[in-house]
Design a protein around this ligand. Sequence first.
Ligand code: FAD
Length: 481
Amino acid sequence: MVDNYRNGDVSHWMRGTGAEQPTRVQAESRRAPLPSEQQDLVIVGGGMTGLWTAYYAITEHPEWKITVLDAHEVGYGGSGRNGGWVSTLIPGNRAVYAKAANKRGEDGKAAVRSFQHEMSAAITETLRVLEAEGINADEHRGGQLQAATTPAALKRLQATYRANLDNGYDESAIELLDARAFKDRIGIAPALGGMYYRDTARVDPAKLTRGLAEVVESRGVTIREHAHVDAIEPGLAKTSRGIIRGRTVLSCLEAFTGAVQSSGPGFGKREVIPVNSSMVVTAPLSDADWRRIGWDGRECLNDGAHTFVYAQRTADNRIAIGGRGTPYAYASGLPGEGEVDAKTIKTLKDRLHFFFPEANIAIDHAWRGSIGVTRDWCAGIYFDPATGIGNARGYAGHGVTATNLAARTLLDRVAGRSTNLTALPWNDHDSGLWEPEPIRWVGVHAMYSLFGVADAWEESRNSEHTSLIARFGSRLAGLHE
Ligand SMILES: Cc1cc2nc3c(=O)[nH]c(=O)nc-3n(C[C@H](O)[C@H](O)[C@H](O)COP(=O)(O)OP(=O)(O)OC[C@H]3O[C@@H](n4cnc5c(N)ncnc54)[C@H](O)[C@@H]3O)c2cc1C
């Protein structure tokens, strides 16, 4: 099939939700002047973190004056561009969180297990709110399947299975599958087996984000788009549309965090960097192709490669797949409208052909976005009661579930409550700083190149052993557990 695809334009999901032509009410009200009176809560960033925070804040305090500011439009960041996995995976390295908790005199393993428990519970909570508020985000809880396509990847999955049990997954929540059992679910030609995660769900992320925005707006939250925040200071945010004052100001900017000036906790150009992830979505596949492939459970899908891909079967029977591509732009460059280079699009399409060689696949739309990555790949939640400034960021590509948990955690911190959430090890986590440029650019590119070489080595040899190059790359990046 010939590809005649749209490139960039934020994402397939955002273009599919009417973001191009917002309703008149939204278009007008979201461009109105900023409120001049002091707010109880100002939220900077109209993605999932910001909107979940607004949702829980207005639910608990219907009397509060709350404003959400976004430099572009609601969903313009990762929240409108992602793979739609509402996954159980903790945002960060479990061993690093455990070590940090041990250092504070806590039981590190127990802290990680508690984090895992809260992640799985946050999926249930996300789906509960969607149902309670009548938001249709094409949600479906079909689990996640991770395919091993080399013997080395299969061995890694077996080790991950054991580590998962040790780190808080219930035995009933994960399952190792042999090749036959895997292909009965999804007919990936090269699958040698895999792992099933029961609790994961799939969504259309833009429908979730924009749906949440409509709900909070209907409850009285003010949303202002095209309001670029330049600086956050105690009691105020300085924006391209003037100053807005708030008792509490929470930054929910993920990959954009480093571009905003603030002396608050977790800010700074070297704290979080934007790392790109690219996606393509196919045209709907034919019924004949779906009969061959299966995938009736609509599980989220990924592989066990070092430069892995992640995918979902959409509600309208396309495949959306992401991963690979140019990882990092010099000096923390941002992805703008999300245009993807031809080589990356071809790489993702080749991966689809590798998985489903008999399917007739045409690409409909390609885009990319940035994930926020800290030096140790762990996320952090911060709140300083003295200044009223808070911050949540660094989900490293595992933010859809984590944003819900982060929002509730931030609000517990703002209220001064001591809860299970405020005890989780990502609170006030110190990730260290990224190296200055050009070392940073060289380091990130070297890591991705090493992983690419390792994948090629393992695939070409059908190797049973994880390449030493990949082990080195993991250590260089601080990704090994
Ligand atoms: C291609 C891709 C695929 C992904 N796939 C998955 C997945 O399948 N599952 C998963 O769990 N995670 C995934 N992620 C990560 C996930 O999307 C993010 O972790 C999550 O959306 C972060 O939400 P957020 O609200 O914190 O940040 P964002 O959604 O990035 O929101 C930040 C908002 O801030 C606004 N903004 C930026 N600068 C300013 C400023 N100066 N002033 C005011 N506003 C500003 C932006 O316009 C944006 O709307 C993926 C990310 C990408 C890019």
